[in-house]
Unconditional design. Structure first.
Lengths: 194, 326
C-alpha cells in the first residue's frame, strides 16, 4: 500500500471513529427497518470513502455525513417505491424497531409521527444530534432563519402532541382494569418465501 | 406538563440511549467494512504485491486487505483484525483461518458452484433445493417433500428461462428472464443475485465477523468445524411479516419464524472448512430447526447448457392446459 493510500486510510479511520455512532443513530430511527439502516450507514461511509478528498474538516464533516445520510435514506425510499409490491411487504417491517423498556418512548414516537416531516427532522437534528441551527440549515439546505422558526414551532407542536397522548394514556389506564396481556409464545413455523 | 418533561422524554428516546446501540454500531461497522472491501475490489486497481502474513490494523486497512485478497487470490494470510475481544491466540488463529476460508470460497464461487440448501425440523427434511450456477447461468431444483414444484428444475441460460413441464414431460422455453413482471415473486435473476451475495462472500463474511464463542473441532477427514454463536440479524438481514408473524428471510430464500426472527437472538452456527481450505457447509441451529447450506464444486462446476429439445411455451401451452393432471 502506498503512503498516499495509507494516509487516506488513516483519515477515513479517524472519520469513522469520530462519527460512525452519529450516522448509525441518525439512520437507525429514520430507516424503515434495521437492515435498511445498516445499508444506509454503509452507503454513507462508502460515499465518504470515495469522496474523502472533498470532505470538509472538523465538525463540518459530521454535518456533511448527516446531509449524505438524509439523501441516502430518501433514495432508499424512492427506490423502494419503484418496487411497489416489495415495498408494501417491507413497509410492514417498519415496526421492527426494537421495543424500548421506556414506556415514554411510545409516546415520543407517536408525538413525532404527528409532526410534519421537516418539523420532525429539525427537532431531531437539534435534540438528538445536537446540531446548531446553522448546521441544521446546512443539512437541510435551507435558510438559517427558517430553521429557527421551524425549530420553535416543532418544539411547541411536539410538546402539545406529547401532552395529549400522555393524557389519553393516563385516562385509558384509569378506565382499563385489565392486566397486561401475557407474552405470547411464538411457535416455529416455516414456509418457503414467495 | 412542563416543556422539559416532553423534551426529556424525547432525549431519552435517542437511539444512542438504547441498550443495544453498541451492538447496532458493531453490526453497521461490519457492513461498512464489507461494502468498502467489495467496492475496493471493483474500484481500485488490483494490487499485485501483498506481503503474506502481515498484520493489518485499522478499519480501512482491514477492508482493503479483504478486497485485495479477493482480487489477487488466495495464499495470503488475512490479519485477525476482527479477533474475538479478549480472545486467546488460538481463537484469533481460528478467526483468521475461517476468514481465509471465506475469502477462498468467495473467489471460487464467483465463477461457479453448487449449493444444497436444506432445512430440517426435529431431524426431518422440511424444505430443500439445489442451486447450480456457472457465471450468469443458473439451475434451481426444488426437492422439498411434497412441494408444488418438487423435482421440476428451472433453468436460466443466457437470460432465457426454461422450465420442466410435468404435463409435457419435457423442457419448455418460457421466455426471457427480463420479461418477468417485477414484484411477481422471486425471479431467477433475483435468485442469482442472492446466490452471488450468499455464496460470493457477503453473507459469509458478515456471519464470520459476528461469530462469538468460537471453538474449533478437527475432523478425521482433515476438515475443520468452526462453531460459535451468531446473532440472527447477522445471518440474514432481510425481515418482514408472514401470516401475522415476524419472519427472517434466510439466505437462499427460506423464511424462519420464532427465535430466528429476533435480530439479537444468538443462533448456534457451525462452518465446516474442507481440507482444501474451502467452506464445505454452514449449519445454523435454533430450537428444533437446522438450516444447512452445503457447497460443492466451487469454481469447477461444468457450464450449464440450454436443453436441446426445449419447446416454446406457445407450442406446449394448449396441450398442457387441456391434458388432465397426472
Amino acid at each position: 500500500m502506498k503512503e498516499g493510500e495509507r494516509e487516506r486510510g488513516r483519515r477515513f479511520d479517524a472519520l469513522y471513529e469520530a462519527y460512525s455512532a452519529d450516522v448509525v443513530a441518525y439512520c437507525t430511527w429514520r430507516a424503515d427497518s434495521p437492515s435498511d439502516a445498516q445499508d444506509a450507514v454503509a452507503d454513507v461511509f462508502l460515499t465518504a470513502w470515495r469522496r474523502l478528498d472533498d470532505l470538509p474538516g472538523g465538525d463540518a464533516a459530521r454535518v456533511w455525513l448527516y446531509a449524505t445520510a438524509r439523501r441516502t435514506l430518501a433514495n432508499q425510499r424512492r427506490s423502494r417505491r419503484r418496487r411497489a409490491a416489495l415495498a408494501e411487504r417491507l413497509s410492514l417491517a417498519a415496526s421492527t424497531h426494537e421495543p424500548s423498556s421506556d414506556p415514554g418512548e411510545y409516546l415520543v414516537r407517536e408525538a413525532l409521527r404527528r409532526l410534519g416531516p421537516l418539523d420532525r427532522e429539525v427537532l431531531l437534528l437539534s435534540e438528538w444530534e445536537g446540531l446548531s441551527p446553522a448546521q441544521i440549515a446546512s443539512v437541510l439546505r435551507c435558510p438559517k432563519v427558517t430553521v429557527r422558526s421551524r425549530l420553535h414551532r416543532a418544539r411547541r407542536r411536539f410538546r402539545s402532541a406529547f401532552e395529549r397522548l400522555a393524557a389519553a394514556e393516563r385516562a385509558e389506564r384509569r378506565n382499563c382494569r385489565a392486566s397486561d396481556a401475557p407474552a405470547t409464545s411464538v411457535t416455529h413455523a416455516l414456509g418457503e418465501d414467495s | 406538563m412542563k416543556t422539559s418533561e416532553s423534551l426529556e422524554a424525547l432525549r431519552r428516546a435517542n437511539p444512542r440511549s438504547q441498550a443495544s446501540f453498541a451492538q447496532t454500531v458493531d453490526a453497521a461497522t461490519a457492513e461498512v467494512r464489507l461494502r468498502i472491501a467489495t467496492a475496493g475490489a471493483t474500484d481500485e486497481p488490483r494490487v499485485r504485491h501483498v506481503r503474506p502474513g502481515r498484520l493489518l490494523v485499522g478499519f480501512f486497512a482491514a477492508g482493503v486487505a479483504l478486497a485485495t485478497v479477493a482480487a489477487v487470490a488466495v495464499s495470503v494470510t488475512v490479519g485477525s483484525s476482527g479477533g474475538t475481544p479478549g480472545g486467546t491466540p488460538g481463537v484469533e488463529n481460528a478467526a483468521a483461518a475461517i476468514k481465509k476460508a471465506v475469502t477462498l470460497s468467495a473467489v471460487s464461487a464467483q465463477q461457479s458452484g453448487i449449493v444444497n440448501v436444506r432445512m430440517t425440523h426435529d431431524g426431518e427434511l422440511w424444505v430443500s433445493k439445489v442451486i447450480r450456477w456457472n457465471r450468469d447461468n443458473v439451475e434451481i431444483s426444488d426437492h422439498s417433500p411434497g412441494g408444488p414444484s418438487s423435482g421440476s428444475p428451472l433453468l436460466v441460460i443466457n437470460g432465457m428461462l426454461y422450465g420442466h413441464d410435468p404435463h409435457y414431460q419435457g423442457w419448455v422455453k418460457v421466455g426471457p428472464v427480463s420479461s418477468i413482471e417485477p414484484g411477481s415473486g422471486t425471479t431467477p435473476t433475483e435468485q442469482l443475485g442472492a446466490i452471488r451475495e450468499d455464496v460470493g462472500g457477503a453473507t459469509l463474511r458478515r456471519m464470520v465477523a459476528a461469530m462469538t464463542d468460537l471453538t474449533t473441532t478437527h475432523q478425521s477427514d482433515a476438515s475443520t468445524i468452526y462453531s460459535g454463536a451468531v446473532a440472527a440479524g447477522q445471518i440474514a438481514r432481510k425481515t418482514g411479516f408472514k401470516e401475522g408473524q415476524a419472519i427472517r428471510v434466510l439466505p437462499f430464500g427460506y423464511v424462519a419464524h420464532g427465535a430466528a426472527a429476533d435480530p439479537a437472538s444468538l443462533l448456534h452456527t457451525a462452518v465446516t472448512v474442507g481440507s482444501n481450505g474451502v467452506i464445505r457447509e454452514i449449519a445454523v441451529t435454533w430450537g428444533t430447526w437446522t438450516y444447512t447450506v452445503a457447497y460443492s464444486d466451487l469454481g469447477s462446476t461444468p457450464p450449464l447448457v440450454a436443453p436441446a429439445n426445449a419447446k416454446s411455451l406457445r407450442d406446449v401451452l394448449p396441450r398442457a392446459t387441456t391434458s388432465p393432471p397426472q
